[in-house]
Structure formats: structure tokens, C-alpha cells
Design a protein around this ligand. Structure first.
Ligand SMILES: *Cc1c(COP(=O)(O)O)cnc(C)c1O
Length: 338
């Protein structure tokens, strides 16, 4: 009896969390539906870019990661799972968000982190890594592994390794599974589907893009800006949706995942000054840079309306700036606490 009561309470807490979020964001909308604001970003060559501020959904479970975790967390609670296990790099937005969501839902979390050396002196790692410090403060336990082991070991291996932690749920790196896509299908509102010709979104695993493509209107085209170079993302998205109203652009301008040059940093700082929108260095800044480039090349018909999705990721800025500082490069300078 007590166990049941406790479970119901915990579940109530999560449902409460999402409902509260929904109420807070849009008092006039349906309860339980999470919505973010669209803001004007820029007009260029008679093309409008609005930006959907998913980054403002929650201070720690930010952007698309909240969308992707929502049904996973609810599922964990329905199944009386007590520990979430997931994977990520040392600066991963997904690790930071999962640790916070697990904490809110009173679930334990374990992060399998790429980079064995980070575990040698955890105290030192935590003083120099904002992402892992946040996750640690949220109660996430870390399991640091070598890059080879990170690639080789599968869910089954970790199910066995962590079996004393009770009933586990393993969420893949980047958080993409069917429950995540159920969540990312909720990003676009009916108004978004009728008011915009194009939806722009950044892609890692493609789970966010897949949900958006699935829920988009038939006459809309979804432009997916991969954070990685190479052409694999289109195939990944094709595994997740049968629809074909999308186009993938790979990241060949800045040299690949998490890479940048001073032009990108200058661009981010300039757009922040103009629009007040802080973009992240890994995903959304590259999407916007590429999108503006396409507009200037005349790819879009006159008077096109584009909705770009701000998928969050701002927690990575602190670590990114440390790297820029070490390399004596220009830093991201947004005038707020990061
Ligand atoms: C994780 C992440 C993405 C990529 O999402 P996928 O669903 O894996 O494609 C995009 N933007 C930001 C800010 C992210 O943190």
C-alpha cells in the first residue's frame, strides 16, 4: 500500500511539473500541453525568420531535451522504474537535462560518460566542467568509460552491470527513441502549422526533426541542419518517419561537430545584441548561420515565412567559453549568467 501511495505521489509530482510548466507558459492553453513563444528574429531578402523559444521552457531541462524526456519520464513512473541510465559526452545537453528531469521526478540517474580520464579525479573534473557539475548536483552517478568501450558496450551489458540499482530504463545517447518522438511531435502548434512555409531545426540524432516532420502540415517543408558533417542524418531520419517533406543540410562550413571559427562566435554575439536571442555554439547558431546564408543565396521565394526552432543547449556555453579562452579565441559574450 505504502509503495503504491509513494508511486502515485511521485507520478503526481511529475505530472504536476509538466502541468505547472504548461500553465506558467500559456495560461490560456490546454492544461498539460507545453508551449513556447515564437519571437521575431530577423528579416532578410524579404524572408521572415521567427524563432520558437524552446530554450525558455525550463532552466535545466531545456529545449528539445524536455520534449524528448517527457514521455520517457512518464513511462518510467508508470512502470515503477527507479533508475534512468543514459549516455553522453562530457558537455552533453542530454546528460544535463536527464539528470535534472530525473531529480524532479524523484528517479535515480546514472550517466555513462565518454572519457575515462574524467573519472580519475572527479573533484577536479567537477570544478572545470559545468555540465558534469550540474548533473552531479542533480544526483546523477557517473560511470566513466574509454572511447572504445563507449562504442562497444551495449544496453544489455549495462543492464547487467547496474542490476543492483533496481528496475532500470536505458535511454540512448541523445535521447532518441519512440517516446522521445512522441514528445517532439508536440513542438509545433496548430498556428505554427498554418502560419509558416518552412520549419528550420538543428539535428544530432534526428529525433527532434522526425517529430517535427511527423507533425508538420503537408505543404510545409522542414529544413534540418545537421550539427555533424557527412550525409548520414537523412537516412537516420528516414528510419524515424515515412514522410518526405524535409531536406537535410550537413555541417561542412565549420569543420564538424562542436567546431567553430571566430566568424561563428562573432555571428552569435552580433545576433544576441540585435535580437536578444542567445544561440548555442553546437546546434542553433550553425542552423541560423546556414539558414541566413541560404536566404542570401536566394533559395527561398519572396515573402517566405520560416519558423526556426531554438532547441536550447545554452548550458554548454560555459564549457565552450573555457575552451575558447584556452585557445585565446574570442568568447561568447551574452549579458546574462551562464
Ligand atoms: C540535442 C540537441 C539537438 C539535437 O537533437 P536530436 O533530436 O538529437 O536531433 C539540437 N539542438 C540542441 C540545442 C540540442 O541540445
Amino acid at each position: 500500500m505504502y509503495g503504491n501511495g509513494a508511486t502515485i505521489l511521485k507520478k503526481a509530482k511529475t505530472v504536476f511539473f509538466f502541468t505547472l510548466l504548461a500553465c506558467y507558459l500559456c495560461p490560456m492553453q490546454d492544461y498539460g500541453v507545453i508551449r513556447s513563444e515564437n519571437q521575431f528574429f530577423k528579416t532578410l531578402n524579404n524572408v521572415l525568420i521567427d524563432i520558437k523559444r524552446e530554450d525558455l521552457l525550463h532552466p535545466e531541462v531545456s529545449g528539445n531535451k524536455l520534449r524528448k524526456l517527457k514521455y520517457n519520464i512518464l513511462h518510467a513512473q508508470e512502470e515503477s522504474i527507479n533508475t534512468i541510465v543514459t549516455y553522453g559526452g562530457a558537455f552533453s545537453n542530454h546528460i544535463a537535462a536527464t539528470s535534472a528531469a530525473a531529480k524532479i521526478a524523484s528517479l535515480s540517474s546514472i550517466g555513462i560518460i565518454r572519457g575515462e580520464e574524467l573519472g580519475l579525479n572527479l573533484k577536479k573534473t567537477l570544478t572545470s566542467n559545468n555540465t558534469l557539475l550540474t548533473a552531479h548536483n542533480n544526483g546523477m552517478k557517473f560511470h566513466f568509460v574509454t572511447r572504445e568501450s563507449y562504442k562497444q558496450k551495449d544496453d544489455q551489458y549495462y543492464r547487467e552491470l547496474f542490476k543492483e540499482h533496481g528496475k532500470l530504463m536505458i535511454i540512448p545517447e541523445g535521447g532518441t527513441n519512440q517516446l522521445a518522438i512522441q514528445g517532439t511531435k508536440e513542438i509545433l502548434t496548430d498556428l505554427d502549422k498554418s502560419q509558416y512555409d518552412f520549419i528550420a531545426v538543428a539535428g544530432g540524432t534526428g529525433g527532434t526533426a522526425a517529430g517535427i516532420i511527423e507533425s508538420s502540415a503537408p505543404n510545409q517543408k522542414v529544413l534540418v541542419f545537421s550539427a555533424l558533417k557527412g550525409g548520414f542524418l537523412k537516412e537516420e531520419i528516414n528510419k524515424l518517419t515515412l514522410r518526405s517533406n524535409f531536406q537535410v543540410f550537413s555541417e561542412d562550413r565549420f569543420g564538424g561537430y562542436a567546431r567553430s571559427d571566430n566568424e561563428l562566435i562573432k555571428y552569435m554575439n552580433a545576433r544576441f545584441r540585435e535580437s536578444g536571442v542567445p544561440l548555442d555554439p553546437i546546434y542553433t547558431s550553425k542552423m541560423m548561420f546556414h539558414l541566413e546564408d541560404l536566404i542570401l543565396k536566394g533559395v527561398f521565394p519572396k515573402d517566405s515565412r520560416i519558423l526556426a526552432i531554438h532547441t536550447g543547449g545554452l548550458q554548454a556555453i560555459a564549457g565552450y567559453n573555457q575552451m575558447l579562452k584556452r585557445k585565446r579565441r574570442e568568447e561568447i559574450t551574452y549579458e546574462f549568467e551562464i
